[in-house]
Design a protein around this ligand. Structure first.
Ligand code: 6PG
Length: 248
């Protein structure tokens, strides 16, 4: 399928193919960096199949676990063991079994409030990166995974909310969500998420068709404002694509 602007759209048959393609892209990004690798995961239901795949033989053994660090692009402000916790889902699905504990970097939801959690995570990201300012030629992350919500949000950057315009802070608190689950959030901001070699969206299923159509039409939505300083890739399955975009 044709690229739209700087974005490349890759259509695959179904969610299983989508998870495999995402896993292969992740392994390629890891292989391309012989040093310390940083991957920013995402929450929601879309990446679950990918995370489960990473725990299986062909993938697990090809991940150099000691040198890969795992972050999260946004978090629901709930306890670490709450089923809604995004990093909790990733931990249960694959990280806790294989990643060294020191390489897993959750957003601290034991903070007093989302703003304090954001400040603490910003500090952790800056110390990992080793500088106060992001340099476009030295991205923070090798790979950033993303999803899109029904209102066009991505991470916890909701349409019309001030967080979407933030350019100074790396991480911000979001007191109220725009869609379910209605719990406060903590989210990396656009410049932080964009500081990566590759940003990879995963979009699957007929219930994503309406929002994907709006995204591909170029509407001003948070998900359309999220771009990598490197490659931006939208991996979509056939069920999510409307007639207009099939076979392009
Ligand atoms: C969250 C997410 C959010 C998610 C989209 C898509 O905490 O909810 O990080 O941005 O990626 O809402 O969610 P689904 O994959 O569940 O559709």
């Amino acid at each position: 399928m044709a690229a739209s602007g700087q974005r490349q759209v890759i259509a695959v048959s179904d969610p299983a193919a989508l998870a495999e393609t995402a896993a292969d892209r992740m392994l390629a990004r890891i292989a391309a960096n012989s040093g310390r690798v940083a991957i920013c995961l995402t929450g929601g239901s879309s990446p679950k199949q990918l995370y489960a795949l990473l725990a299986t033989d062909p993938y697990r053994d090809r991940i150099p676990w000691p040198r890969v660090h795992w972050f999260i692009g946004d978090e629901r402000f709930v306890a670490a063991d709450d089923p809604l916790n995004n990093m909790g889902m990733a931990r249960r699905t694959f990280l806790d079994a294989y990643a060294p504990a020191a390489n897993v970097h959750p957003i601290p939801t034991n903070a007093i409030d989302p703003d304090e959690a954001a400040q603490r995570y910003q500090g952790e990201l800056k110390s990992f990166y080793g500088a106060e300012v992001l340099d476009p030629i030295r991205p923070l992350f090798d790979l950033v995974l993303m999803g899109v919500g029904p209102d066009g949000h991505t991470a916890s950057l909701f349409p019309g909310y001030p967080a979407i315009e933030e350019t100074g802070r790396w991480v911000v608190g979001v007191p109220e969500a725009h869609v379910a689950p209605f719990v406060p959030r903590v989210t990396l901001t656009l410049p932080t998420l964009g500081s990566c070699r590759e940003m990879l969206f995963e979009v699957a299923g007929a219930d994503k068709r309406a929002i994907l159509t709006r995204v591909l039409d170029g509407e001003n939505l948070p998900a359309n404002r999220a771009h990598s300083t490197g490659e931006t890739v939208w991996l979509v399955d056939q069920a999510a694509l409307s007639e207009n975009f099939r076979g392009q």
